[in-house]
Write a new protein. Structure first.
Ligand code: MV4
Length: 451
């Protein structure tokens, strides 16, 4: 087992990793930018080291500074959290070549899933259902037209190096194909240094459902059920829940089984998430795979009763999974609201000093947060300041509990999206569980003023 983990991250996830490590009896080393010196991860880690000025590129993305901090502090492993360097295969390799433990999957897994075309091909070979589309890169316009006519319109063009909604273009008719292809490819080349594009049938109103995978280094793999992530705006998730109101036991069992089988075929290790699109007919298709712990992991912890961070650390150190699929039972219902420092109407970031702060508590309420009274939300980083997670026996009870918890939440001095969440938690389509990725768009169209 590891003895001292360096956390190459900040904010609530750094704190989350510190909590898991301490329960495992492992020491932690925080790294921080000059702007983050007063943050909770610095306060609660056993040691802390400054790694650079506020901009992420010079601190949380500064690989030489982070590797030096690991050496100086005597860390034996690195946890990258999410975002920042968490899906950087070169960084994972450098960590391992420095003789440190990498708390994540093997670099080759990160590299494969980072290229969406390679990921798609590998997952097709591994048996995951795929939307009709190109096999590999689309090289030229004539090829694209031929494919699109075979698939049928609308189609979606995606960048091999995109992901999370970046580098995509929906095309409704043949006449728009050439233009879309050239612009999308040029944009992808400029943004990611790779202009490779692929094409798929476009699903108009999908749900985003993801399966949590947990795998050891010895071939044991299980899934921890699904998360429903369709409540998003411009590819930013706002609320997640588990289980999904769109799945029944049979569909969950099938999605979980094919996901685990696919992971077995590629010999995946550590935690990961397979994202699926689910259409109105309850057919599901592979979309992308994330090779990191995710923001929304707490809803899965809540319904499984298992600490995913502790599992992730334990498995990265080479320990055996020691769990069977049958032993993983989903109980009750969990919802997470992402609390962001942003204007609830314009969604513009709202950094600044938190002048008053009171977080909800009581039965079935969890808050994972970097915030406290007099904390200054910084303009350099992500605007998410807390995750409010509730647990209850049923989905209706979880909704009531979340409404109650949101009612108790006091944050003054900055704007937050708490008013948005209050609206969402009473919105009929959400309450009924009948929604897809367009829910937020519809809610906002019907509620021009949310404050
Ligand atoms: C799609 C799609 C419909 N059809 N692919 C968005 C993020 C990236 N992971 C892929 N995305 C989509 N791919 C096909 N073939 C619709 C989306 C999509 C979406 C997916 C999940 C959650 C929210 C979304 C919002 C808009 C579009």
């Amino acid at each position: 087992m590891f003895h001292r983990i360096l956390i190459a991250n900040r904010g609530e996830i750094a704190l989350r990793i510190i909590r898991a490590a301490r329960e495992l009896g492992i020491e932690t080393v925080a790294v921080h930018s000059t702007a983050d010196v007063n943050s909770l991860h610095v306060k609660f880690a056993d040691q802390s080291l400054c790694i650079g000025p506020p901009p992420s590129k010079e601190s949380y993305l500064n690989i030489p500074a982070i590797l030096s901090a690991a050496e100086v502090s005597g860390a034996d492993s690195i946890h990258p959290g999410y975002g920042f360097l968490s899906e950087n295969a070169e960084f994972a390799e450098m960590v391992q070549h420095s003789g440190l433990g990498w708390i994540g999957p093997r670099p080759e897994m990160i590299r494969m899933m980072g290229n969406k075309i390679r990921a798609k091909e590998a997952m097709k070979d591994a048996g995951l259902p795929q939307l009709p589309g190109s096999e590999g890169v689309v090289r030229e316009e004539r090829e694209l037209i031929r494919l699109a006519e075979k698939i049928g319109f609308p189609v979606i063009l995606k960048a091999a190096s995109g992901g999370g909604g970046r580098g995509m273009k929906i095309v409704h008719e043949k006449e728009q194909l050439g233009n879309a292809f050239r612009t999308a490819s040029a944009e992808a080349l400029a943004a990611f240094g790779n202009g490779d594009m692929y094409v798929e049938r476009y699903v108009q109103q999908p749900r985003h459902i993801e399966i949590q995978i947990v795998a050891d280094e010895h071939g044991s793999i299980v899934h921890f059920g699904e998360r429903e992530c369709s409540v998003q705006r411009r590819h930013q998730k706002m609320l997640e829940e588990s289980p999904s109101p769109a799945l029944n036991d049979k569909l969950r069992e099938r999605m979980g089984r094919v996901a685990v089988e696919a992971m077995r075929k590629i010999k995946y290790n550590n935690v990961g998430t397979i994202e699926f699109l689910l259409d109105e007919r309850s057919d599901f298709y592979f979309m992308e795979m994330n090779t990191r712990i995710q923001v929304e992991h707490p809803v899965t912890e809540t319904v499984t009763g298992i600490d995913l961070l502790k599992e992730q650390i334990r498995l990265a150190s080479g320990e055996e999974l020691g769990r069977t699929q049958k032993s993983i039972q989903l109980k009750g219902h969990s919802i997470e609201c992402r609390i962001n420092a942003e204007d609830p109407i314009t969604f513009a970031p709202s950094p600044g000093l938190i002048t008053a702060y009171h977080q909800p508590g009581g039965l079935g309420v969890r808050v994972d947060s970097l915030a406290y009274e007099q904390y200054r939300v910084l303009p350099y980083y992500d605007s998410m300041v807390a995750k409010l997670i509730v647990q209850a026996d049923s989905r209706p009870a979880a909704i009531m509990r979340m409404r109650r918890a949101l009612h108790e939440y006091i944050v003054e001095g900055i704007k937050t999206n708490i008013p948005f969440h209050k609206k969402l938690l009473t919105y009929d389509a959400f309450v009924q569980g009948r929604y897809d990725t367009r829910l937020v768009e519809r809610l906002l169209a019907e509620n021009p003023t949310l404050a």
